[in-house]
Design a protein around this ligand. Structure first.
Ligand code: HEM
Length: 137
């Protein structure tokens, strides 16, 4: 992966103090740009918002613990296949995730940071999609 993990951690840390605004921005961005994914989510997004960001924090904390990371991503990927998430939905979520991080990271955001997040999200999504495929056959 062509990612500088220290840049991932520092940019994620720069975004964290913005709290619940961050996830609100992410879902607004996602649903504005990809209204087709809205029906996949339950009507109550409040809990879901926290869980997605908590999961992202756990992934960021385990970027160097490869076995733990892969196991987490495989479990997430299998569950997402069950929610009806398709491979084609992953780039949409990745674009909104990066737009959200860019919006809140301020000066911590640079081209190298963006490149690192794109590489990390590529690994996240390909691992989740592959695990989901195993189950859906
Ligand atoms: C970085 C990648 C992602 C992470 C970390 C993530 C995280 C999570 C977490 C933690 C949950 C809570 C339930 C569970 O743990 O299984 C969840 C649910 C869900 N995610 Fe994701 N997700 C990601 C990508 C996606 C993508 C690409 C989609 C496609 C639109 C998606 C759609 C959903 C849906 C529909 C649910 C269920 C919501 C509900 O119960 O209403 N997620 N996600």
């Amino acid at each position: 992966m062509t990612a500088d993990l220290s840049l991932i951690r520092s940019s994620f840390a720069a975004v964290q103090p913005h709290g619940s605004q961050v996830t609100a921005y992410f879902y607004d961005h996602l649903f504005a740009n990809h209204p087709d994914v809205r029906p996949l989510f339950a009507a109550h997004l409040d809990e879901q918002r926290d869980r997605l960001w908590a999961a992202l924090g756990a992934l960021v904390a385990n970027l160097e613990n490869t076995d733990t990371l892969i196991g987490m991503l495989q479990n997430l990927g299998r569950r997402h296949a069950g929610y009806g998430v398709l491979a084609e939905h992953y780039p949409a979520v990745g674009a909104s995730l990066i737009a959200t991080l860019r919006h809140y990271a301020g000066d911590a955001w640079t081209p190298a940071v963006e490149e690192s997040w794109a590489a990390v999200y590529g690994v996240i999504s390909s691992t989740m999609v592959a695990a989901g495929d195993v189950v859906s056959g």
